[in-house]
Design a protein around this ligand. Sequence first.
Ligand code: MGD
Ligand code: MGD
Ligand code: SF4
Ligand code: MO
Length: 678
Amino acid sequence: MKRTLTVCPYCGTGCTFYLVSDNGRLVGVEPSTTHPVSRGGLCIKGWNAFAFVHHPDRLTTPLIRRDGLLQAASWDDALNLVVEKLKGLQKNYGTDAVMFASSAKATNEENYLLMKLARAVFSTNNIDHCARLCHSSTVTGLAETFGSGAMTNSISCFDQTDLILVIGSNTTEQHPLIGSRILNAVRSGTQLIVADNRRIRLARQADLHLRHKNGSDVALLHGIMHVIIAEDLAEEKFISSRTENYAALTESVAEWTPERAATITGLEATEIIAAARLFASAERAMIVYSMGITQHSHGVDNVRCIASLAMLTGNVGRPGTGVNPLRGQNNVQGGCDMGALPDLYSGYQKVSDPQLREKFASSWGLKSLPATPGLPLTRAMNAATEGQLKAMFIMGENPVISDPDQRHAVATLQNLELLVVQDIFLTETAALADIVLPAACYAEKDGTFTSTERRIQRLQKAVEPPGEARADWEIICRIAERAGYPGMRYSTTSEIMEEIATLTPIYGGINHERLDPHGLQWPCPDIDHPGTPLLHVDGFTRGLGRFSPVDHRLSAEQTDEAYPFVLTTGRTYFHWHTGSMTRRTHLLNREEPHSFIELHPDDAATLGVRNRDELLVSSRRGRLKTQARVTEMVIPGVVFMPFHFAEGAANTLTNNVLDPESSIPEFKVCAVQVEKLP
Ligand SMILES: Nc1nc2c(c(=O)[nH]1)N[C@H]1C(S)=C(S)[C@@H](COP(=O)(O)OP(=O)(O)OC[C@H]3O[C@@H](n4cnc5c(=O)[nH]c(N)nc54)[C@H](O)[C@@H]3O)O[C@H]1N2
Ligand SMILES: Nc1nc2c(c(=O)[nH]1)N[C@H]1C(S)=C(S)[C@@H](COP(=O)(O)OP(=O)(O)OC[C@H]3O[C@@H](n4cnc5c(=O)[nH]c(N)nc54)[C@H](O)[C@@H]3O)O[C@H]1N2
Ligand code: SF4
Ligand SMILES: [Mo]
């Protein structure tokens, strides 16, 4: 038996484990007892992370659509066709007629290379990835207020805090090993406020559970800040020495009495007052948030309010404090760090800055690089519908199931003149492609992932990829080669990391050797730097922290007679997003085999619905059949669906309306009708 230490391919918590293999086949997983985050534990997805790797559905050869059918092809034919078609479309319609979608499942090295391929070889800034659907509101909101969009503190801080506010994060299910840290902290006396109207596991342990209406976080946070200021609980010293624009904040929350906030949130004014007093009384308070905050048409405003609350109470820059957006995918932090974003190179260096363009161009052996920022992924989908975008190269994403408004997403992808999908399985998206490229999965390659606490860690190859599947980085390099670009020849991923380090100040001191055994946290500017567990200690990345006041806006779609329920969507413990991996993992799929919808017992009674009844759910965009789960997890008037299931796909219902600043879709609120099927 061989044991290979590597990083979990599921969530951004960043647990490491040993893949156990026997004769080239994976047979199990063993946790790492010394790792600072997993500490000998794993969640059920981690324990089962070997199971999909040898699944018979794995893609083993390139496929080209001929006579309407995807047929096996050689790598040479497939890659020649990719390059020929992309270049041809660019010749006819301009370089920005193509879009690259990178992958938070792929390594840092691979994300860096795909962004280099887009910019250096295909001369477009049209590159983005699923962070657009996820924490783009964070990247925008925290860059403005703090100067850096990442989690300010470290996971170990949960052991050193007095109070944790969990707002819009189902931590025990979605970041299980962080969730169990929070539960441990609560057991040893840390106070817990949960602001989420679902009765999630953490809510049952909370000192205060705020079940406010979906989409009302700005009102809630305004009400809380109003009370803190009115009752003189603000941290004046921190505000005067470390921040700017405070007067504007006080003005913007002046009218947000708890009574006014109560009418919008559906809470009692006393609950808002209690939350404010509890939060402000803590010596060290941590804020944890995730999709309940970001996935709104006012997601950036939500993030701004969270940043303001932390600064107002002096909770930034010390252990056990901070603003902690939990990043979702195993390497979505890395995808952002590597510049798989339309306006930024690696290390958040702006494409619009001529000096930075010059730096990247000269390192990449080019005279110039494109200057105008590219399209965010969600806007690219719209541009494709309208015909401005002609081709998409999608590496490791499955938008048919994960994008809002499925009918729109499918029509868009079908409207393209060229769709290339590079995945490990023939997903619903790959099934629509003109060319499919088979990729190696995490267990079959090396490189690095960056976890939510900015910890860059090494994955190591445990087994060979199936058939002719190749690591994403090798495929990207071969495409560059065929396109006639000589600057992408690497024999190892560590050579790629050396290049990243020279161009990316926050990764300046990173090389593969230094990452053993437990990785390093960026910023790590030089080779002697020990890494940075805590951001904004003496000053904010941008200098002074900026209070950014916001106006209150309702969610784009409100309920009415035809669509009387609020639908909110999210996840379950057992499945991963579009299910490509977890639905092919027997033990996980057995636990949660069907699409379902959570419905409050009062609503069920009104509709005459019993547990497990088949329901028809419809919105202005589409309809689906699913199974009722009658439960007090949700409040009356709100229904919840996970989006993991292709049959009964929640995204047939969701609303493709975007936050104007971050371009994130409003996955957390739309209006639906629920009916019992005869
Ligand atoms: N098992 C599993 N784990 C995962 C994933 C997975 O698919 N499966 N995905 C990963 C990824 S990429 C991500 S981004 C994270 C997401 O992790 P989370 O954000 O924790 O997960 P969600 O279920 O999307 O939403 C969390 C909570 O937001 C609440 N919510 C909805 N609307 C509102 C609102 O208006 N205000 C507030 N305050 N709360 C609201 C919901 O009730 C829900 O409990 O999970 C990661 N971990
Ligand atoms: N309704 C609703 N929709 C949502 C959300 C929501 O809360 N509600 N959340 C949104 C969020 S936060 C996110 S992050 C997105 C996620 O959306 P996606 O990123 O589209 O979802 P995944 O299923 O994680 O897709 C990852 C793909 O990568 C493939 N893959 C795995 N490993 C590799 C590899 O090494 N190489 C390659 N090339 N491919 C690989 C998998 O097979 C899979 O097809 O969904 C969004 N959609
Ligand atoms: S908590 Fe996240 S990283 Fe850890 S084992 Fe579970 S899915 Fe993997
Ligand atoms: Mo995500």
